[in-house]
Design a protein around this ligand. Structure first.
Ligand SMILES: NC(=O)NC1NC(=O)NC1=O
Length: 174
């Protein structure tokens, strides 16, 4: 789908196509639709990024809270979104040893207790060793640092999801 096809989408089709580029936050896609036409994929991405940046800190934390834990309950129960399942599998989150699963669960809980939102990282840009290391190190950070880091990761996830939808001949092509 090229950008002119994106700009021609009805509100419903736009949200159906791009509603999960930010995990479980279709309201962002719904808001950004009114900023069309977009001159390029980068412009669409920038509109989403700007919208996120304009949110109060509580809104940014809300976005982080919409993300499932890495290697968490949703993965084990098969209730991840399609995008998240593919990303987590790509980083080996579905093939952890029992020791790694336990470490991941423990660190995820420590992190959430400290910050009040889950640890978010772009799984497609990391492997499991990296994810475990960054999760462990992040537990030492300040809340504002982690909020900002997590939001930058959300934007990376968003960019890769947009690219998958726009630059490939995937099943989502309209
Ligand atoms: N918590 C977290 O980072 N979740 C995710 N990261 C990613 O790339 N996909 C996700 O679901």
């Amino acid at each position: 789908m090229d950008i002119s096809a994106v700009n021609a989408l009805s509100y419903e089709d736009f949200v159906n196509t791009f509603g999960n580029v930010v995990e479980k936050c279709p309201v962002i896609t719904a808001a950004v639709w009114s900023r069309r036409p977009f001159v390029s994929l980068n412009a669409l991405e920038a509109a989403i990024s700007d919208f996120i940046d304009e949110l109060p800190e509580s809104g940014k934390e809300g976005i982080l809270r919409c993300h499932p834990d890495l290697a968490g309950r949703d993965l084990q129960r098969g209730t991840l979104t399609r995008e998240s399942r593919q990303e987590q599998a790509g980083a080996g989150m579905d093939a952890l040893t029992s020791g790694e699963t336990e470490r991941m669960a423990r660190l995820n809980e420590v992190y959430k207790k400290r910050f009040g939102f889950p640890f978010v990282i772009c799984a497609r840009m990391n492997d499991k060793a990296n994810i475990l290391r960054q999760l462990s190190e992040s537990c030492q950070n300040e809340r504002a640092v982690e909020r900002a880091r997590g939001i930058e990761e959300v934007k990376k996830i968003c960019r890769l999801r947009l690219q998958s939808l726009l630059l490939t001949d995937g099943a989502n092509k309209l």
